[in-house]
Ligand binder design. Structure first.
Ligand code: LRH
Ligand code: MN
Length: 388
């Protein structure tokens, strides 16, 4: 039988990292819809992130994206976060918006352009020194659009060389987490297209290099929980970028498109003790709230992760193991489905009440009056966005 107090303790100890860019304007190539009250700078993004943590109790860290979150003094930004119960999480590099990176950044044929890209990655490590962040999160848009456009192997050589230089710069407690993505913005080859490519580069680099699984970055039909189980077994699962999709990299609220997939993924995490602090798996959101209210969307997303986590922690692993050992196909499946079909909302409401929180985080946010306040106060200036 599952120990409910252990489940509750794990839920209270959960830490979900929210993305600074999730609070800013975002959209598609067709349109970026601005919203009233959107932050104008990283400080206001942190103020909004603090509302998510205040309402949920499990969102104490915020990922930064450079240059979108560039400030004069990152120690000041870290202190500002600290005063609001937050810490600064992964530092995301950005080598996908500079004109010089049209045909690649670290994989570009021209060594001068590669140098520029590596200098940016090294600057991100300098920023980590100032913010106290552990993770340098690398996602490269690098790739090609037409067969023959460039040499696939040569680009891997260039990538490996750049990663090795940055890896050597990392501090003892710092990590490099390498994200893969099947396609977009490149539409023929992507230089880090799948988990295997990321994993292979990480193995070559060393123990401080781990893989980021963005749940929106796979070919349709990919069994993501298999990848998660494999990487956990290898000790190379560094982080999740949680979101959900119906078609491509839709970056919708995690759990909104396929809550069963999220449950299956977190079941593999729970079963492999992936929630244990020692495993150092970062649970991050990477989403864009193109048409919905941004702070409520992040709160809802955190709740979706909590619900899937609670269901995963309720799986009776002893009964599951016994059924699997006995080859009881339907029995084993039923154990998992019983957990998935459990309504965990009362349990989470209880956990929140025990944390001194409103059992309904969205009701708490509505009652805070924060939304009305930022709409009234944040007038003028330039709203934050991707600047794409
Ligand atoms: C790329 C990605 C990456 C971030 C960006 C905001 O699609 O998932 O993690 O840099 O979104
Ligand atoms: Mn991502």
């Amino acid at each position: 039988m599952t120990d409910l107090s252990a489940v509750k303790a794990a839920l209270k100890a959960q830490e979900i990292e929210t993305p600074s860019w999730g609070y800013g304007n975002s959209g598609t190539r067709f349109k970026v819809f601005a919203q009233e009250g959107v932050p104008r700078d990283p400080f206001e993004k942190l103020e909004d992130a603090a509302q998510v943590h205040a309402a949920t109790g499990v969102a104490p860290r915020v990922s930064l994206h450079i240059p979108w979150d560039r400030v004069e003094d990152y120690a000041v930004l870290a202190a500002f976060a600290g005063e609001r119960g937050l810490t600064l999480g992964a530092v995301n590099s950005n080598t996908f918006q500079d004109d010089d990176f049209r045909i690649g950044s670290v994989c570009h044929p021209d060594a001068k352009v590669r140098r520029k890209a590596v200098e940016h990655l090294l600057e991100c490590v300098d920023i980590m020194d100032a913010t106290g962040s552990r993770d340098l999160k690398l996602w490269f848009a690098d790739g090609t659009n037409y067969p023959g456009q460039d040499d696939i192997t040569a680009r891997q050589d260039r990538l490996a060389e750049a990663l090795a230089e940055v890896y050597a710069r990392l501090g003892d407690e710092q990590r490099m987490i390498l994200e893969y993505k099947l396609f977009e913005p490149a539409f023929y080859t992507t230089d880090v297209p799948d988990w295997g490519t990321s994993y292979a580069h990480c193995l070559k680099l060393g123990p401080k290099a781990k893989v980021v699984v963005d749940t929106g970055h796979h070919a349709p039909g990919t069994n993501i929980e298999f990848i998660v189980a494999f990487l956990l077994r290898e000790g190379r699962l560094g982080a999740f970028d949680f979101n959900s999709r119906f078609y491509a990299d839709d970056d919708l609220m995690v759990g909104s498109a396929d809550p069963f997939q999220l449950f299956r993924i977190l079941h593999e995490v729970a079963k492999n003790d992936g929630f244990a602090p020692g495993k150092q798996v970062a649970f991050m959101l990477d989403q864009c709230h193109n048409i919905e209210g941004k702070i409520p969307a992040v709160i809802r997303s955190v709740m979706n992760v909590q619900e899937a986590t609670a269901k995963a922690l309720l799986v009776d692993l002893d009964a599951l193991g016994a059924a699997q050992q006995a080859g009881d196909v339907l029995g084993a499946n039923a154990v998992l489905m019983d957990a998935y079909n459990t309504d965990v909302r009362p349990l989470l409401a209880e956990v929140r009440a025990e944390q001194g929180l409103n059992p309904d985080p969205l009701a708490a946010y509505r009652a805070s009056g924060w939304q009305q306040r930022i709409v009234a106060e944040r007038v003028g200036g330039t709203q934050a966005g991707w600047g794409a």
